[in-house]
Design a protein around this ligand. Sequence first.
Ligand code: 13P
Ligand code: SF4
Length: 307
Amino acid sequence: MKEKIIINIELLKKKKRAIILAHYYTDSKIQDIADFTGDSLALAQFAQKSKAEIIVFAGVHFMAETAKILNPNTKVLVPDFNAGCSLSDSCKSSDFEYFKKNNPNHKVITYINSSIEVKMLSDVICTSSNAVKIVNSFEKDQKLIFAPDKNLGNYINNLTGRNMLLWNGSCHVHNQLNVDAIIKLKIQHPEAKVIAHPECQDIILKLADFIGSTKDMLNFTKTDKSNSFIVATETGILYQMIQFSPTKQFYIVPSDENCNCNDCIYMKMNTLNKIYDCLENESNQLILSTNQINKARIPLQRMLDLS
Ligand code: 13P
Ligand code: SF4
């Protein structure tokens, strides 16, 4: 039998012509009630095309911001305004502006995990699923800045042979995944393939059989012949992996050997109760100025056109 809160959210959604978008890292119950669950790129694309009157964005702040920039006439509600992102926070726009001024003649490629102010200072945005394509869209001799994730930037530098100037930012979940824990899991399950998100440190990426965005990792587990996977990313993705491949084994890589603390505290701030409350009261509406929307849409649209 369905929980009462779920029935109530479904009724509200119909009444208000609302949809719920969720990232793979949110709680499984939220993924279940979402109209669409995806990685950052797919969520941005879905939000842009949406005809709903209200989008409740169960993810983190920069994702809801992206939805509002791409679909400014829709009301975008966020279940919890504290659901930020440590990677986005590692790049303050005033510091970034200074960094940019000190490195003239560079084009700026910014990862979508960034604030609207940093996006406004950028030439083009990328996600982990299209970063190579975006970087390769620039001439080989074009000087490039990549921000804010140093691990993703380093990974893309290695893949493309570029020497992009990297901002020194990282995600508190991925940057702390423990390499010894992977080795231990690999000894216990030698047949398992290691799959990793490119926000992980280089030492972890070097051990990976597959590296990709959340959606790409999920697709890999669906299509690859292997029956077991060591998963180096946030825990929420396991729900979809198990649903699609119930007979396969998944081993999540912990942050350190004594804990399973690789939950993104921000993603996990989304709850069914908060979704219900913001939808019922139409509260926690994301407001952006026209100037912000117009400026940040340019690099975002460039990314979508190149994707
Ligand atoms: P994806 O674009 O792969 O979903 O990644 C988003 C994110 O925040 C990873 O930490
Ligand atoms: Fe940000 Fe890391 Fe959470 Fe992704 S997992 S939303 S990069 S804090």
